[in-house]
Design a protein. Structure first.
Length: 80
């Protein structure tokens, strides 16, 4: 878990309190998580989804293949 000190204007603070009350959340950090999760779902941005993060981490852990120059890659692929 990450701790963050944030500054909110009065309107944002009021809205977070409403979200917290309407959804029976314990505190404002749960309200912020609620808002962010709703944003992820409504915007449907694949880069923010947990599945995308898992896939990206899996790809990152895979062994890389050094191919050298573009000509070396073409030779490896049998294109030249």
């Amino acid at each position: 878990m990450v701790n963050a000190l944030i500054n909110l204007n009065e309107n944002t603070n009021r809205i977070l309190n409403i979200i917290k009350a309407e959804n029976e959340l314990k505190d404002k950090s749960e309200a912020i998580e609620f808002v962010v999760n709703n944003y992820i779902e409504t915007e449907n941005n694949p880069k923010l989804r947990p599945e995308y993060i898992k896939k990206a981490l899996k790809i990152h852990r895979e062994k890389t293949i050094h191919v050298g120059t573009p000509d070396d890659l073409r030779k490896m692929m049998g294109l030249k």
